[in-house]
Design a protein around this ligand. Structure first.
Ligand code: NAD
Ligand code: 89V
Length: 344
């Protein structure tokens, strides 16, 4: 095991947490020691404890009181993030919170303020930007191959039945922007910088759901760049790109286009090259989720190293508030029909 050992606890052993649990297992040689798991569902927690060799708890408070934990990974649904993050801060434990940070911007701010009050480390597990493909695109941009980025389109369009694994999504009043748009807005910030204002149109095209399933957002970035952020769960197109984010970024010297199948085409000063930027399959990942699963490994590694080195994570609580402010601005614009400036 290299580097100082970090004792990890995980709360919420549901659908997506399986990826977090496997990622922590893969990071054991790098100093991650999963000591405890917690789920209010005794069956789920016993399964996770047996499979990953950790102590099972059905109550987070009891876990914090009985285990010496350095860093907790909160992988429950958003409604319980604030109370669990507060428990961590009160026990002096660093916390990683799955997206969405909380059901509202205000509650997200309260989570950040609580951690500040207790001086504890805090980050949000926002993994799209940590995918190996997205990192490769960022490297091309940082190499100045396309010059200064001035325009972008970031598109997550699918008809994949997301409700199969995540049935709760059908009852969310705020659906596609808060569930997946938040990832794509974070990518727009990651590639084109902070946002000055935006406008948004939403639609509900699917039956029997409470929230919007389609959102189209037009952003003006502080750099002057313009971008479009699209997300839908009601596309009827074949082939379906789930769970890929397709994109185009244009700059003063060239362009980057990512098409379905994780293929990147780059034009730089009139020269064209193509590259596969797909995620490798790991021992515990499978298509079509393998890209999302691999991104969990890279995100957890970033969190482990940042926490251990006392560094602020790229998607710290404070940073993620800027992405969340875009979510709120998008809903506000969709309701009012106005261009909205994000509140931070
Ligand atoms: P889920 O409902 O399958 O799992 C959540 C688990 O948390 C359940 O087993 C539940 O019993 C447990 N739980 C809830 N409150 C608890 C508490 N107070 N104490 C202990 N256990 C508690 O949910 P999911 O689909 O795995 O989603 C979890 C989170 O992951 C959501 O915020 C979702 O948006 C996010 N997610 C992220 C990605 C991604 O990063 N790309 C993908 C899918 C889901
Ligand atoms: O990644 C997520 O946050 C999921 C999705 C269905 C988009 O994969 O909710």
């Amino acid at each position: 095991m290299s580097g100082k050992k970090i004792r990890i606890g995980l709360i919420g052993c549901g659908f997506y947490a399986q990826n977090h649990l496997n990622a922590w297992k893969d990071l054991h040689p790098e100093g991650a020691e999963l000591v405890a798991v917690c789920d209010q569902d005794p069956v789920k927690v016993q399964q996770a404890a047996r499979a990953f060799g950790a102590k099972p708890y059905t109550e987070a408070k009891v876990m914090f009181e009985n285990e010496k934990i350095d860093l907790v990974d909160i992988t429950t649904q958003m409604n319980s993030h604030k109370i669990l993050a507060a428990l961590a801060a009160e026990h002096g434990v660093g916390a990683i919170v799955q997206k969405p940070f909380a059901p509202s911007f205000r509650e997200s701010v309260e989570i950040v303020e609580k951690a500040k009050l207790h001086g504890t480390w805090l980050a949000v597990h926002e993994n799209f930007r940590f995918g190996s493909g997205m990192r490769r695109i960022k490297a091309v941009i940082n190499s100045s191959a396309i010059g200064v980025p001035t325009w972008g389109r970031f598109s997550f369009r699918t008809g994949y039945d997301v409700f199969k694994n995540q049935p709760y999504l059908a009852n969310e009043k705020r659906l596609v922007i808060l569930d997946v748009g938040i990832h794509v807005l974070d990518l727009a910030r990651f590639f084109l910088g902070e946002v000055n204002h935006l406008s948004c149109e939403i639609q509900t095209r699917l039956p029997k759901i409470d929230g919007e399933d389609t959102a189209t957002i037009l952003l003006r970035h502080c750099s002057g760049a313009v971008s479009i952020v699209e997300s839908t769960y009601s596309s009827r197109k074949i082939p379906d790109a789930f769970p890929e984010t397709l994109l185009e970024i244009e700059g003063s010297e060239g362009a980057i286009v990512v098409t379905r199948g994780e293929a990147m085409q780059v034009t730089t000063q009139g020269i064209f090259f193509e590259e596969k930027i797909g995620s490798p399959l790991l021992s515990w990942t499978s298509r079509p989720w393998h890209g999302s699963q691999e991104a969990v490994l890279h995100t957890n590694r970033h969190m482990l190293n940042s926490f251990r080195d006392g560094k602020v994570a790229e998607t710290s609580g404070e940073d993620n508030l800027k992405t969340y402010a875009l979510v709120e601005a998008a809903y506000e614009s969709a309701m009012s029909g106005n261009k909205i400036k994000p509140r931070i």
